[in-house]
Design a protein around this ligand. Structure first.
Ligand SMILES: N[C@@H](CCC(=O)N[C@@H](CS)C(=O)NCC(=O)O)C(=O)O
Length: 213
């Protein structure tokens, strides 16, 4: 498969899941174009985007004639199809822990940390809307479990799992970039030193500045 074929990511720079895909491309040093799609447009999801992603979400991905959607499939394809650093460990237990962290982030952390806390507290304030305090309060217990589990599962090394970047970092970082802006993050991350030290290191990476919304 020709790795020189054009790579396109359809989505928006603000999107957590689009940023996960862009981080994978940046870390593998793959050139790509970001094609803006507004899935929250007043007219609804643009019709041409529904042909790429029938569920109307972002990102969608193209490599030449090859089309994909779903972030998990896209980042695995990027890792398999392009040369450069591997984004998944080969050791079975380290690999399982990466997949476990990705599962937690997908299933529990995204909605809780990003939508229920960051969007309600930070995005609402920017838009001049009052925050839904009940939604934030209801999210705090699950947010606490997410953060203590991420801290417990992470290694005390350079990255969340081991000494190299993995999907665990690529999924966690865009969610943290949002969540850490909320004042609630201060008390929720208290005592989770492995996680907060990881975030300070990872936030400073070139791939993070190049994908900053
Ligand atoms: N399961 C999808 C989730 C993608 C997703 O939820 N993307 C958000 C943006 S970060 C989206 O498209 N939201 C639009 C909506 O909810 O209508 C994936 O892994 O790619």
């Amino acid at each position: 498969m020709p790795t020189s074929e054009v790579v396109k990511v359809y989505g928006a720079a603000w999107s957590v899941y689009v940023r996960i895909v862009r981080l994978a491309l940046e870390e593998k040093q793959v050139r790509y174009d970001l094609v803006e799609v507004d899935v929250f447009s007043e007219k609804g999801v643009p019709q041409e985007h529904l042909t790429r992603h029938p569920f109307g979400r972002i990102p969608a991905f193209e490599h030449g004639e090859f089309h994909l959607y779903e972030t998990g499939a896209i980042v695995r394809y990027i890792d398999d199809a392009f040369p450069g650093r591997k984004l998944q460990p080969t050791d079975p237990r380290a690999r399982a822990k990466v997949n476990q962290i990705v599962g937690i982030l997908d299933a529990y952390a995204y909605r809780t940390l990003v939508w229920d806390i960051y969007v309600e507290r930070v995005v609402s304030a920017r838009a001049g809307r009052p925050a839904d305090e009940r939604k934030i309060a209801a999210a705090l217990p699950l947010a606490a479990v997410c953060l203590s589990e991420l801290n417990r599962l992470s290694d005390d090394r350079e990255f969340l799992i081991g000494g190299d970047v993995t999907f665990a970092d690529l999924y966690a970082a865009p969610m943290f970039a949002c969540f850490m802006q909320a004042p609630e993050a201060v008390s929720l991350t208290e005592g989770h030193e492995k996680l907060t030290c990881w975030w300070q290191r990872f936030a400073a990476r070139d791939s993070m500045s190049r994908t900053s919304p």
